[in-house]
Design a protein around this ligand. Structure first.
Ligand SMILES: [Zn+2]
Length: 483
């Protein structure tokens, strides 16, 4: 048998006695590589995993053909064939590796990133990819905090943060970017300081604006990878749609109480979020994070999964969560995985797409609403100041709290009655029809729906507390915690 020529890539030449080419025998690609590693034991760990399988980031070519599209390790070798070993590079589609043109890593960088450099899957080339990459995180909250911290630590060159909130004391239970002294500061100012003190080599770009159809493309366009750390549906759909239109991967994460989800939506290679959920759910069926509660550690779990996927996408290694929905249950401490397919009739990413632009969904729980949107048309309202006066009168109205019991436990108005909105149709007989009723919730949205329901059921004198407890705390009783 005539020996086959194997071309050794530059990073591996030192393990083959400096040779650029080695001749070994073998009838298949697998045999050739096996014999190569037997002759040069230093190559073994670079070519084979401990299981004996060829490493997934080593790509082999026979002449000009990638063996993954032939018979993989069983691809037969013919006389005169040349086998080429190609280490992984980003995307895995651009053929032979090219040495990056950037300057070599400095001494500080060699030390800071040494645990990355020791990984053959990252190494100097991978670290340089990270340093020249740009990731944008939409939402600097529970999911965005751990993502941003790990991406900054990993040396992602530019981190964009999109958020217009200030730090609230109730954020500190899970938003680990912020410290107690940051309460009241704009989140992005505190985040930039924290991330740059963690890694001065990282550039943090602040986008202190609410995303909408008018600015989302412009904000997200400069970045390679998008991390969706939003807590509301309008922004989630907007980010998905923008990612599809821009042709960028969208690393998705969401959390609810003790459960989380993660996936990677990349319409070029798999499904988008609309393939999974074509339309947002009706606003009244969606509790916001603030209303539903969430285990503080949960966004830490999901946010670090998102950061992991972003780093893998940048490095072009491993199996991204494309086409897979990862479900996590913290109480059971269990991960499950569902296959999600590209919807062949997706309104956004299929050939028969009917949606070619962006949609602003504006009436949702969890998103501060304008008064008219929150109140609904024709719903009688009472302002916090007027309610204070009526409560002090001889004939005060009945206060009906339609939040959840957990929210009631934290804070409620004196002498109020608790009937969660979902239970209202069954418990309506508990409310005296003769009395004036004022319905309230956290922001005035759920109570607006409850007011409408009571009016439809024939109650004569029902009003909604405009702006809910948030407005009450702001304008009547500042000592009431805003939660
Ligand atoms: Zn789709």
């Amino acid at each position: 048998m005539t020996p086959t020529r194997v071309k050794i890539p530059r990073p591996l030449q030192s393990f083959a006695g400096g040779a650029t080419e080695v001749s070994v025998e073998g009838a298949t690609v697998g045999e050739v590589i096996r014999h190569l590693a037997d002759e040069h034991p230093g190559l073994e760990k670079h070519l084979f995993a401990s299981s004996g399988e060829l490493r997934s980031f080593v790509t082999l070519y026979v002449n000009d053909e990638d063996v993954r599209y032939l018979q993989r390790a069983r691809t037969p070798i013919h006389e005169g064939d040349t086998v080429t070993i190609v280490p992984a590079i980003a995307g895995g589609t651009s053929g032979a590796p090219t040495a990056p043109k950037e300057p070599p890593l400095g001494r500080d960088q060699l030390v800071r990133y040494s645990r990355h450099l020791l990984l053959p899957e990252v190494g100097v080339i991978g670290q340089k990819k990270l340093l020249s990459s740009k990731v944008v995180i939409v939402g600097a909250g529970g999911l965005g905090s751990p993502s941003a911290l790990y991406l900054a630590a990993a040396g992602v060159g530019e981190i964009g943060l999109v958020d217009f909130d200030t730090v609230d004391a109730s954020n500190l239970q899970r938003q680990v970017l912020y410290a107690t002294r940051d309460v009241g500061r704009p989140k992005l100012d505190a985040a930039k300081e924290r991330l740059e003190s963690l890694n001065p080599g990282v550039r943090v770009t602040r986008h202190a604006e609410r995303l909408g159809s008018g600015n989302v493309l412009e904000v997200l366009r400069p970045y390679d990878v998008i991390i969706d750390g939003t807590d509301n549906f309008p922004t989630r759909y907007l980010v998905n749609d923008a990612a599809v239109l821009l042709g960028k991967p969208n690393v998705y994460g969401s959390i609810y109480r003790f459960e989380g989800q993660a996936s990677v939506f990349d319409a070029r290679r798999g499904p988008c979020y609309r393939c999974l959920y074509p339309e947002p759910p009706p606003p009244d069926q969606v509790p916001s994070c603030a209303e539903a509660g969430v285990l503080g550690i949960l966004p830490g779990m999901i946010g670090t999964l998102q950061a992991t996927e972003a780093v893998k996408l940048i490095l072009g290694i491993g199996e991204p969560l494309i086409g897979r929905l990862l479900l996590f249950d913290a109480l059971e401490m269990r991960f499950r995985e569902l296959t999600i397919r590209k919807n062949p009739t997706c309104v956004l990413c299929s050939p028969s797409a009917t949606q070619h632009g962006l949609i602003d969904y504006d009436q949702f729980c969890g998103v501060p609403q304008s008064d008219s949107a929150a109140g609904g048309i024709g719903i009688p309202e009472i302002t916090p100041e007027a309610l204070r006066d009526e409560l002090g009168s001889a004939d005060p109205p009945l206060l009906l709290d339609v939040r959840e019991p957990g929210e009631w436990e934290v804070v409620h108005l004196p002498n109020a009655t608790l009937i969660p909105r979902g239970e209202l149709p069954d418990r309506v007989t508990e409310i005296a029809r003769a009395r004036a009723v004022v319905v309230y919730c956290r922001s005035g949205q759920r109570s607006s729906q409850a007011t409408r329901l009571l009016l439809e059921l024939g109650f004569q004198n029902v009003r909604n507390l405009k702006g809910g407890l948030l407005a009450w705390s702001e304008r009547v009783d500042p000592s009431m915690p805003r939660v």
